[in-house]
Design a protein around this ligand. Structure first.
Ligand code: CU
Length: 603
């Protein structure tokens, strides 16, 4: 373990060294060649009512190293599509691969047979064939599209889609840049998945050192002992880290330094899209305030922050107003701090700014295990309420992750609660088995908290509760029922599912009636964050937003041990519902929302 930790540290220092040397490079005699690279950095843009895309094998070159990619029109990311609200678009997709492909229009409200999920909404696009999608464009904002077949998205099959509003844009800006964040591995995705199944945590080289533990860094003694007892590795924030991933901005590595231009004083709209397979990013631009104006394509009342976290498949639109005639570094740090995507905003090509070092790695906490750590502020009744929802580990299972009786021994004021009773009754829908390692005993709403590792970074970080929809919600009916879905998993076996079920073993769709208003409660029983995506809908986060202005999203991160509640109005069709960590989805965290006509045989 110590050896592994040493290697991890060494690699981290190496990465920082790489970033710094690239700065030296760019400001030296190589600056001219970087200019010619930057000139070619803007992706191709396609518009109009007929758009032709070809999916095929290709290559990607990252910081001088070339690997295999699945490309759209030959590039990673593919061309940016620029559409207009109110138009109808026909997208002709030709598959030159030897296997099926598909395109899902992420966040678009399309007829379900145009949604692009093989086996759910259409059969897929066979090798050598062309399929035409056609739909009216009923919305505006920042979106993207990607393969929903095999492990193609992991290899580069994704691109941005920007839709201009039919009327005036409520966001004022002078210039814009699309910022597609992603991760790429030179190891083939099938091999990565195989490795994950063989040894979960295999790509996590950031294990805590014994010395660190003894020195009492990072965590309280009680917490360390608890984690140790549970045989947990609290640095398991990501399954796959910078040990094998390069983190990219618009397909460019940190040394390639994608550069976006501005003129001092301009309002620059940055359209962030997280197209990564398995990476949540923390984004900041040292020296600039970020005015968050939209998420998942939907406008929000502007919120000024210094940093925000973006889960896989989420989008954020941010306006920055650099007034100085100098460069700024755009930092998208992987959530586990094992690496970063880096780009530059500058008045002229070839300029660079300081690249900050990676920050201290974050650690898992008691809250991530679904146990509220500090309950001193709670009333007796609230504590009793938590006792009611206590549900413990699987009876007879070896080394369960969460053992309530041990934990509760550490907690003052919790006496009288028999936490060892292994009560599953509060999550009766969960199918117990090896795929369910634990049920969070005390899950809590964490949408007012910053993401993992951002609790004490010393500046303002966006939280979900900051988000307020700019436009009024279309449907303000109260939900007529509540549906709880548990996010379950087994980290050692890399098994993931909903309510203990893996989709490939047992497709068991969640049934809804057309136009039904439902509150869905997502409870994360695992110790990893899951960005959960619902196709074909926006849902409204059910936190205390002003009446009728609940923020609309298509993807939401459910923190470990956390609960996220959302309301949605069911649109007819069969809609994929899944974790957007692509290897979690591949391992089974996928289901279907089946919405039938009211007079049909539903639910
Ligand atoms: Cu997941």
């Amino acid at each position: 373990m110590g050896d592994r930790a040493m290697r991890g540290l060494g690699r981290r220092q190496f990465l920082i060294g790489t970033a710094l040397s690239s700065v030296a490079l760019a400001s030296g005699p190589m600056a001219w060649s970087q200019q010619s690279v930057a000139a070619a950095m803007e992706p191709q843009t396609l518009s109009g009512s007929d758009i032709y895309l070809t999916i095929g094998h290709g290559q990607i070159t990252i910081d001088g190293r070339t690997g295999h990619a699945v490309t759209i029109n030959g590039s990673v990311p593919g061309p940016t599509l620029r559409l207009k609200e109110g138009q109808t678009v026909r997208l002709h997709i030709t598959n030159t691969l030897e296997e099926d492909t598909s395109i899902h229009w992420h966040g678009l409200l399309v007829p379900f047979e145009m949604d692009g999920v093989p086996g759910v909404s259409f059969p897929g696009i066979r090798a050598g064939e062309t399929f035409t999608y056609e739909f009216p464009v009923k919305q505006a904002g920042t979106y993207w599209f990607h393969s929903h077949s095999g492990l193609q998205e992991q290899e580069g099959h994704y691109a941005a889609m920007i839709i201009d509003p039919a009327g005036p844009d409520p966001v004022a800006y002078d210039r814009e840049h699309v910022i597609v964040l992603s991760d790429y591995s030179f190891i083939h995705p099938h091999r990565l998945f195989q490795k994950l199944k063989q040894e979960a945590g295999v790509f996590n080289f950031q294990k805590q050192t014994i010395a660190g533990l003894l020195a009492g860094q990072d965590q309280s003694h009680a917490e360390r002992m608890e984690w140790a007892r549970e045989l947990m590795d609290p640095t398991d924030i990501s399954d796959i880290t910078g040990a094998v991933y390069s983190f990219l901005v618009n397909g460019r590595g940190p040394a390639d330094n994608w550069t976006g231009l501005f003129t001092p004083g301009e309002r620059v709209r940055l359209r962030f899209i997280n197209a990564a397979a398995q990476t949540i990013f923390n984004v900041r631009i040292p020296g600039l305030k970020l005015s968050v104006v939209a998420t998942d394509g939907q406008n929000v009342r502007p919120v000024t922050v210094d940093e925000f976290q973006i889960g896989n498949a989420e989008t954020y639109d941010v306006v920055v107003t650099p007034t100085e005639d100098r460069a700024f570094t755009l930092v998208a740090e992987a959530v586990d701090r094992s690496g970063m995507a880096r780009a530059t905003l500058a008045p002229r090509l070839g300029m660079t700014a300081e690249v900050p070092p990676l920050r201290e790695r974050p650690l898992g906490t008691m809250k991530d295990m679904g146990m509220a750590h500090d309950m001193s502020g709670m009333s007796g009744a609230e504590r009793a309420g938590h006792a009611d929802v206590a549900a413990m580990a699987v009876p007879g299972m070896a080394a369960p992750r969460v053992r309530g009786s041990d934990v509760m021994g550490d907690m003052a004021g919790m006496e009288g609660m028999d936490m060892s009773m292994r009560n599953w009754m509060n999550a009766p829908q969960v199918e117990l088995g090896p795929g369910v390692q634990s049920i969070a005993p005390m899950p809590m709403d964490r949408t007012g908290e910053t993401g993992q590792g951002l609790e004490s970074v010393g500046h303002r970080v966006l939280v979900y509760k900051d988000l307020i929809a700019l436009e009024p919600n279309a449907d303000t009916r109260a939900p007529s029922r509540e549906l709880e879905i548990r996010l379950t998993g087994n980290m050692e076996r890399f098994m993931w599912g909903f309510d203990g079920k893996k989709y490939s073993d047992k497709p068991s769709p969640y049934a809804f009636r057309k136009n039904e208003r439902v509150r869905v409660s997502l409870v994360n029983d695992t110790m990893m964050a899951h960005p959960i995506h619902l196709h074909g809908h926006f849902f409204e986060l059910a936190h205390r937003a002003p009446l009728g202005h609940m923020p609309r999203k298509h993807t939401v991160i459910v923190a470990p041990g956390g609960i996220v509640k959302f309301d949605f109005t069911a649109e007819p069709g069969d809609w994929a519902f899944h974790c957007h960590m692509l290897y979690h989805m591949h391992a089974g965290m996928f289901q279907v929302f089946t919405v039938r006509p009211l007079d049909g045989a539903a639910a």
